[in-house]
Design a protein around this ligand. Structure first.
Ligand code: MLT
Length: 319
């Protein structure tokens, strides 16, 4: 009897591996459409779709700093047809929420890291300050009036805001959105004053002259914005925040599916079109060695260990 069951299981796995994927694959993005994570996912989906000769569908589930979308993916059927693309926000939630509806390390299988996206400090076009020192003075002088847009507690834009506040020693009013896509619309419209956001969302607006940029939040200047000084150069010593992004699947996803998806991810990070599009957007695909399940698992673990004490010290809880 056991031999029959084993044979049937092996037969089913082989059949699954041959047929997979037999329908479009959903990638859940825990942020609103049009924002940096959505943009990155759409560029990745096109490249992985070519590699797997299959279709990917993006499902935006923004809000609560990404928790809603992460939980949706964690609870979806582990059949290879629902994935999750998210970032550093995966590693902040465990410290920010006393009661998370999922287990960050236990509820996911890993496909690999995707890309690193730098952040930029940007403001509405009408901002008078010509350069960062005046802008900093303006924030400090108007700290009860200036408004900072972010994508919810625990999001990348929230984290950058937290680091910026701690570094300049001044609080300011935060305005949460379901993602920095809609936040950018309000920044371009002048409804909010400033934001720290990923280049995949800011570079097109900076180049179009729709917003002002006062610095990049990386240790070195960016090839996409060579004339924009780093915040560190302008006195914010050690200010360095790059957003890592990873591709996940719900725990229990068939190995055959994970292997095919990882193969397509590895093809994507070497794909010239993928690289060129990310370069235009100021971002960088990870090297091949990082586009692996082990690398993403280790990164997530080390990032949780890094951000938990910082967040605990801030005393902020999201629930
Ligand atoms: C987005 O796509 O809206 C961002 O990733 C949000 C954020 O984390 O700042």
């Amino acid at each position: 009897m056991l031999r029959v069951v084993t044979f049937l299981f092996a037969f089913a796995s082989v059949a699954f591996a041959q047929d997979y994927p037999a329908k479009p694959i959903i990638i859940v993005v825990p942020a609103a459409a049009g924002g940096p994570t959505d943009t990155l996912t759409r560029v990745l989906a096109s490249s992985m779709g070519n590699a797997m000769k299959s279709q990917f569908v993006i499902e935006n589930a923004g809000g609560a700093g990404g928790i809603i979308g992460i939980n949706k993916a964690a609870k979806s059927r582990p059949d290879g047809y629902t994935l999750l693309l998210y970032h550093i926000g995966m590693s902040t939630a465990p410290a920010l929420y006393r009661k998370l509806p999922y287990d960050t390390l236990a509820d996911f299988d890993y496909i690999g890291q995707v890309a690193d996206v730098p952040m930029t400090l940007v403001a509405k076009k009408a901002t008078a300050a010509a350069a960062f020192p005046e802008f900093l003075a303006y924030i400090k002088a108007n700290k009860d009036k200036v408004t900072y847009a972010q994508a919810g507690i625990g999001s990348a834009s929230y984290l950058c805001g937290l680091l910026f506040m701690n570094t300049i020693g001044t609080d300011f009013t935060q305005v949460p959105y379901k993602g920095t896509g809609p936040a950018m619309n309000d920044l371009v419209g002048g409804q909010v004053d400033f934001m720290c956001d990923q280049t995949t969302n800011t570079v097109p607006q900076i180049k179009a002259g729709n917003i002002k940029v006062y610095g990049v939040a990386t240790a070195a200047r960016l090839p996409s914005l060579p004339d924009v000084p780093t915040l560190a150069e302008q006195g914010l010593r050690g200010f360095d925040l790059v957003v890592w992004n990873g591709l996940f699947a719900p725990r229990g996803t068939p190995k055959a599916a994970l292997d095919k998806l990882n193969g397509a991810l590895q093809a994507a990070v070497q794909d010239l079109a993928f690289k060129a599009r990310l370069a235009e957007l100021g971002a960088e695909p990870v090297p091949l060695a990082k586009a692996t399940p082990e690398s993403l698992r280790n990164l997530l673990k080390s990032e949780i260990d890094k951000w938990t004490p910082i967040i605990r010290k801030s005393g902020v809880y999201a629930d």
